[in-house]
Design a protein around this ligand. Structure first.
Ligand SMILES: Nc1ncnc2c1ncn2[C@@H]1O[C@H](COP(=O)(O)OP(=O)(O)OP(=O)(O)O)[C@@H](O)[C@H]1O
Length: 275
């Protein structure tokens, strides 16, 4: 369970990255969505005890991120957005170091590392220096770490950025098979649709929407997206959202689409409001 209560983060330069966020989530897979700079990474870093909040509190599986920091660190594994394996160590060595630092014995770490490297498709390159791996493979080293950790809660900040479509599907399948609870961020709406039991959308450090992908889309199913006209500009495309019943006047003139997570992102992530 993830519980945030009035969580606020103001960085030293005065940037308010989180503005009194409060919610409870007991879902197996929670996905944070929001525009660049919305506050997702800040939230993940605070919950995984890498960053102190300015005020407010949070619990991870019932443990307080401030008072029970050591316990939280034991039960979580975190893959930061900017994480890149470095140096001449191989992916196998990276996993051994990570797992022994988490308390696995050498023998356990070796056997777990072998198992997981095969599962994520890095077995063939297990002894290669990670410097010489492709960007996607480097990312997979971290997915392997999360998978091997057996952590109760795994935080993944944009886990599939830079992966080719096939590798992305492989990672999705691995993430879905994990026993750990997942808290992830993504900019790919299809990833959110595929992995999220629950979505929390953040805008300017505040929670704007929360619910399962199904319930969110169900709630707004009476609205359609009209492309080619309207006040909302997405790049060079004009968009408007209208009630299904009012869409007849646009038929034949514009492209009309049912509402999707991307539309909720446009509406709730920006300054627009659904009526
Ligand atoms: N160390 C820092 N010092 C000052 N401001 C920061 C710092 N880290 C992040 N910020 C600011 O806090 C806000 C939230 O940033 P954050 O990285 O949490 O957003 P995000 O939703 O993860 O964005 P993205 O999708 O681009 O990764 C932004 O305005 C960002 O510039």
């Amino acid at each position: 369970m993830i519980e945030a209560k009035d969580l606020t983060k103001i960085y030293a330069d005065g940037t308010k990255a989180l503005d009194s966020i409060s919610f409870v989530s007991s879902s197996k897979s929670l996905t944070l969505l929001g525009k660049n700079g919305a506050g997702k990474t800040t939230f993940m870093r605070i919950l995984s005890t890498q960053l102190e909040p300015t005020s407010g509190s949070a619990l991870v599986e019932g443990y307080d991120i401030k008072k029970d920091r050591k316990k939280v660190r034991k039960i979580v594994s975190s893959i930061p957005q900017e994480a890149k394996p470095v140096g001449i160590s191989s992916s196998y060595e990276h996993l051994l170091m990570y797992l022994t630092s988490r308390g696995f014995s050498i023998q356990e770490a070796k056997s777990r590392a072998r198992e997981v490297l095969k599962e994520v498709g890095l077995w063939e390159v297990r002894d290669k220096s990670t410097d010489s791996l492709s960007g996607g493979m480097k990312r997979k080293v971290f997915v392997a770490m999360a998978l091997a950790s057996d952590a109760e809660v795994v935080f993944l900040d944009e886990p599939t950025t830079g992966l080719d479509p096939l590798s992305r599907l492989e990672v999705w399948s691995i993430l879905k098979s994990m026993d750990s609870k997942l808290v992830l961020t993504t900019h790919y709406m299809e990833e959110a649709q595929e992995l999220a039991d629950e979505i929390v959308m953040i805008n300017k450090g505040r929670l704007v929407v929360k619910g399962s992908p199904f319930s969110l889309l169900e709630k707004y199913k009476d609205i359609v997206r009209v492309e080619g006209t309207g006040d909302i500009k997405v790049g060079r495309t004009l968009i408007k959202y209208v009630k299904y019943a009012d869409a007849t006047e646009y038929i034949g003139k514009y492209v009309i689409k049912p509402i999707s997570l991307e539309d909720l992102f446009i509406l709730f992530g920006g300054d627009e409001e659904l009526t």
